[in-house]
Design a protein around this ligand. Structure first.
Ligand SMILES: *[C@@H]1O[C@H](CO)[C@@H](O)[C@H](O)[C@H]1NC(C)=O
Ligand SMILES: *[C@@H]1O[C@H](CO)[C@@H](O)[C@H](O)[C@H]1NC(C)=O
Ligand SMILES: *[C@@H]1O[C@H](CO)[C@@H](O)[C@H](O)[C@H]1NC(C)=O
Ligand SMILES: *[C@@H]1O[C@H](CO)[C@@H](O)[C@H](O)[C@H]1NC(C)=O
Ligand SMILES: *[C@@H]1O[C@H](CO)[C@@H](O)[C@H](O)[C@H]1NC(C)=O
Ligand SMILES: *[C@@H]1O[C@H](CO)[C@@H](O)[C@H](O)[C@H]1NC(C)=O
Length: 401
């Protein structure tokens, strides 16, 4: 009697232990499944290193640029940098190869790994300097918010914006301010992303025309990210490029302080969609292809896990690198080399680093917060040590390190 009782208690104990173990293994299995691909064990294929990023304006593209610059520097990849004292690849003019440093007319063909500075897209010329296995990608943002950001940033630069008392006033009577024949500086005032793709921002939004251009853009850019879904975009980008998680973790650069972000009235928003009808079509189209691509790539649970993994790593790096883990305005940034370029009425934010970092960490953190002009100058000096360094006027000194 006692024996059988002890026997059944033992069985009970072993059953419980077995169940617990099974549960643990089950959980472990799920976690492993989530972890392995996150940290790059998923594929034997080499990372993509030939990349053309069409850097659209006011679309979080500076943050993407930082990611590409860091990868290029870490892997000693060549970047098609602006020639001489230029800061862009000829923008707002259509891109031609002579805007790239190191490309000479008539000299032997030179190919680069990465092209990512502002340019107005012109495929035949781009193909002259990029290898034919290049992955093309870009990023778009809801044109209502893109226009709002442009208005603040290019307020003094664009004649159409300068004359208008507010964006709502501009949108109520755009033709009173906007003269399409006047000059290219007005490109930011209407269908700016459409313009960056090399298309006509003033074309009537006729169905046949729009469809043909969208199909053309989709053929050329198999990957178009969406700024409103930035973290999901980074998940998709990392998978397509077969990069490691840390390669696509970034802090937001070139963002505005909340005080200089304004909201359009609901009526103004509807007007913005009509005024920038081509961009609105573009955005809606690629928002659809973006989600379709994500869904084809991974299930909702896996997507959530990867987005959470990315955010967790960003928080970790922010705690490691940044003073108060928070962006700073220009008066608060003590290191000149980390001060971002300011424009219009936008108060562009940057970062201070945590004091006392060891050299290796400091180097890594500096790269993550380096504003784009400074980073471009830095890469230029590395790639063309024999050339005079880029001079960044607002720093009133040449930067090379
Ligand atoms: C980087 O690449 C350049 C040219 O491709 C080469 O001359 C240089 O030695 C490389 N540097 C390193 C550290 O690999
Ligand atoms: C790639 O470009 C080279 C010239 O740069 C050309 O000879 C080759 O045929 C191209 N390959 C493909 C697959 O298009
Ligand atoms: C636009 O600018 C052009 C060139 O300065 C001028 O000839 C034309 O009259 C302007 N159009 C409008 C509507 O202001
Ligand atoms: C973009 O796509 C998402 C997911 O399908 C959808 O929820 C959202 O409304 C779309 N945005 C626009 C502006 O169409
Ligand atoms: C920068 O931030 C500080 C602290 O939040 C604030 O007092 C100051 O007015 C800000 N300066 C500018 C130029 O926005
Ligand atoms: C860290 O960098 C400083 C300045 O460049 C240098 O003097 C120092 O020796 C470095 N320390 C280590 C441990 O490499």
């Amino acid at each position: 009697m006692l024996l059988t009782l002890r026997g059944s208690m033992q069985r009970c104990f072993w059953t419980l232990l077995l169940l617990t173990l099974l549960l643990l293994v089950g959980r472990l299995h799920v976690d492993m499944e989530m972890l392995i691909p996150l940290f790059g064990g998923q594929t034997e294929e080499l990372p993509v290193t030939n990349i053309m990023f069409l850097k659209t304006h006011k679309t979080a593209s500076s943050t993407v640029l930082n990611i590409l610059y860091r990868f290029a520097e870490a892997h000693n990849l060549s970047v098609a940098l602006p020639a001489g004292s230029l800061f862009h690849l000829g923008y707002p003019w259509l891109f031609v190869t002579r805007y790239v440093e190191g490309v000479r007319q008539g000299s032997p063909k030179r190919h680069f790994n990465i092209m990512c500075n502002h340019l107005r897209f012109n495929l035949p010329e781009v193909q002259k300097v990029m290898p034919n296995d290049t992955l093309y990608f870009s990023i778009l943002r809801n044109p209502v918010f893109q226009l709002e950001s442009s208005f603040t940033y290019y307020r003094q630069y664009a004649p159409a914006f300068r004359a208008a008392p507010s964006l709502d006033a501009f949108l109520a009577a755009p033709h009173a301010y906007y003269n399409e024949t006047l000059d290219l500086r007005n490109a930011c005032a209407r269908n700016h992303m459409w313009f960056d793709l090399g298309f006509d921002p003033n074309a009537p939004a006729e169905e046949g025309y729009v469809r043909a251009r969208l199909a053309e853009a989709e053929r050329r850019f198999p990957l178009v990210l969406i700024a409103e879904h930035f973290d999901e975009s980074m998940v998709l980008l990392r998978r397509r490029l077969r990069w490691r998680l840390d390669d696509v973790v970034s802090f937001k650069v070139n963002s505005r302080s909340p005080g200089t972000v304004t909201r359009l009235t609901p009526e103004g928003q509807e007007r913005a969609k009509r005024w920038c009808a081509l961009d609105w079509r573009l955005y809606r189209h690629f928002n659809r292809t973006f989600w379709a691509a994500l869904r084809a790539e991974l299930g909702p649970r896996r997507l959530r896990a990867e987005v959470e993994g990315l955010r967790a790593r960003r928080r970790e790096l922010a705690a490691l690198c940044l003073q108060d883990s928070a962006p700073k305005n220009r008066t608060q940034i003590t290191d000149l080399r980390l001060q971002p370029f300011q424009s219009g009425q936008a108060d562009i934010l940057g970062y201070n680093l945590r004091p006392g970092l060891d050299n290796e960490t400091l180097r890594m953190c500096q790269r993550m917060v380096m504003p784009e002009l400074q980073y471009m100058a830095h890469l230029y000096a590395l790639q063309f040590p024999q050339k005079p360094p880029k001079v960044i006027p607002f720093l009133k000194q040449s930067t090379s390190g």
